[in-house]
Design a protein around this ligand. Structure first.
Ligand code: AMP
Ligand code: ZN
Length: 115
C-alpha cells in the first residue's frame, strides 16, 4: 500500500503516531480529531496515501463510497442522535492542512467550537 514517509496521517495509519481510533479495517482508519470542532469529531482516512480529493481517480471511487457510507454508522456508534456534518477540505484555498485525503465527520449537541 502506498505511503508517504513524511505524512502525518500515513504515520497514524502505520501506528507510528498514536491516535484515538474509532474504526479500522483493511482500507480505512477512523480516529478522533486532535482539535475537535464539535463534541464528536472524527476523521475518516484511507490507509493508502492519496493527497487530496483532487488526486482521486476512477480506481478510488469505491473507496470514497466506503468512506462516506461509514459516517452514519460511526455517528450512531458514537452516540450522535440529532445529525452531523461531513466535510472534505481540498487544497490550500479549500483549507486543507494535512495533505492526505480525509473526511471530517462532526456531530453532537450545539453549540460547537467551530463549524
Ligand atoms: P484539514 O484542515 O481538513 O486538513 O484537517 C486536518 C485535521 O487534522 C485538523 O482538524 C487537525 O486538528 C487534525 N489533526 C492534525 N494532526 C492530528 C493528529 N495527530 N491526530 C488527530 N488529528 C489531527
Ligand atoms: Zn499520507
Amino acid at each position: 500500500m502506498s505511503a508517504d514517509p513524511d505524512c502525518i496521517f500515513c504515520k497514524i495509519a502505520a501506528g507510528r503516531i498514536p491516535a484515538k481510533k474509532a474504526y479500522e479495517d483493511e482500507e480505512l482508519l477512523v480516529f478522533h480529531d486532535i482539535h475537535p470542532w464539535a463534541p464528536v469529531h472524527v476523521l475518516v482516512i484511507p490507509k493508502q496515501h492519496i493527497e487530496s480529493l483532487d488526486a482521486v481517480g476512477p480506481e478510488h471511487h469505491a473507496l470514497l463510497g466506503r468512506m462516506m457510507a461509514l459516517a452514519p454508522r460511526l455517528m450512531r456508534e458514537l452516540g450522535v442522535v440529532n445529525g452531523y456534518r461531513t466535510v472534505v477540505n481540498v487544497g490550500r484555498d479549500g483549507g486543507q492542512e494535512v495533505p492526505h485525503l480525509h473526511l471530517h465527520v462532526m456531530g453532537g449537541p450545539r453549540p460547537w467550537a467551530r463549524g
